[in-house]
Design a protein around this ligand. Structure first.
Ligand code: NDP
Length: 331
């Protein structure tokens, strides 16, 4: 039998956490044969609710779940973890300036970075979900210098899956037959959902999405804004932000990272830029990646047209500004 892996979820008493922990405990993230110990962290104000989540996990009698650590102590939470999913963050409240929210999150991610660096298992893989996700991940990277930068990522898989979902709905095909959409850049409304390399499996082979949709106008306008604004549409409908889809895509992100992407398929992940596609080094930016042997690799050589170039640069520009703002909060 496999040794249990330790998985940290921060903000575990929140609404994404509540959707995420049962998925992890059922094997959706690490595989149906991988036992695990769940580490759940939240702030003292949420300690009682966190204990309630722990009680429900016990009651669900998950066969793979070999132990539960529910704590408000960041060191206890981070000790020995192999995977860390960072969902906890300070929400933007009415009347708060961008800088105030950034400053709160910078200090949270700085201290959690130090705890992970000192106490996580070697080669711990980190996924940041809490917003501003790319910049929180960058701060985490800066303050955990001994964690390889390849191990620190942020979530854009939900945006990626939303793009696949929109194409599947439009063409009335199964979402599993659509692949290779790309989310470039920031997990924000400047992200660029790109279908120029996406394909659909048809009875007569794989066909480009552009050929099948046959409506460049829709792909270049409404499709992009629908994916960019999907989070706001969910809040309007549900009166709460997306949670089950965020949780599910966090599982997809880690599963593909650890277990690999299928041959010929790429997914989107926010990763530390190496300068690929002219994206400035030093940003956590969402790229198309393939994964194998527990490592992601940026897909190289995709042709980029002028329309895409502008959108990729605009979202990079926003990330550079966020980075400057975040650094100004450090002093
Ligand atoms: P959620 O569980 O709904 O969201 C958690 C974070 O995920 C938010 O930053 C949210 O951003 C972000 N997020 C990223 N992508 C998405 C997406 N696609 N859809 C929705 N959210 C997304 O928040 P809750 O308030 O329910 O829970 C947060 C938990 O974190 C609470 O339990 C709280 O106690 C804890 N917390 C921990 C702190 C710490 O560690 N020091 C500090 C403050 C809170 P957005 O805000 O933009 O929706």
């Amino acid at each position: 039998a496999k040794e249990p892996m330790r998985v940290l979820v921060t903000g575990a008493a929140g609404q994404i956490g509540y959707a995420l922990v049962p998925m992890i405990a059922r094997g959706v993230m690490l595989g149906a044969d991988q036992p695990l110990i769940l580490h759940m962290l939240d702030i003292p104000q949420a300690a009682e609710a966190l204990n309630g989540v722990k009680m429900e996990l016990v009651d669900a009698a998950f066969p793979l779940l070999k132990g539960i650590v529910a704590t408000t102590d960041v060191v206890e939470a981070c000790t020995g973890v192999n995977v860390a999913v960072m969902v906890g963050g300070f929400p933007r409240k009415d009347g708060m300036e961008r800088k105030d929210v950034m400053s709160k999150n910078v200090s949270i991610y700085k201290s959690q970075a130090s705890a992970l660096e000192a106490h996580a298992a070697p080669n711990c893989k980190v996924l940041v979900v809490a917003n501003p996700a790319n910049t929180n991940a960058l701060i985490l990277k800066e303050f955990a210098p001994s964690i390889p930068e390849k191990n620190i990522t942020c979530l854009t898989r939900l945006d990626h899956n939303r793009a696949l979902g929109q194409i599947a709905e439009r063409l009335n095909v199964q979402v599993t037959d659509v692949k290779n959409a790309i989310i470039w850049g920031n997990h924000s409304s400047t992200q660029y959902p790109d279908v120029n390399h996406a394909t659909v499996k048809t009875p007569s082979g794989e066909k480009p999405v552009r050929e099948l949709v046959a409506n460049d106008e829709w792909l270049n306008t409404e499709f992009i804004s629908t994916v960019q604004q999907r989070g706001a549409a969910i809040i309007k409908a549900r009166k709460q932000s997306s949670a089950l889809s965020a949780a599910s895509s966090a599982c997809d992100h880690i599963r593909d990272w650890l277990l690999g992407t299928p041959e010929g398929t790429f997914v989107s992940m926010g990763v530390y830029s190496d300068g690929s596609y002219g994206v400035p080094v030093g940003l956590i930016y969402s790229f198309p990646v393939t994964c194998s042997g527990g490592e992601w690799t940026i897909v190289q050589g995709l042709p980029i047209d002028e329309f895409s170039r502008k959108k990729m640069d605009a979202t990079a520009q926003e990330l550079s500004e966020e980075k400057t703002l975040a650094y100004s909060c450090l002093n």
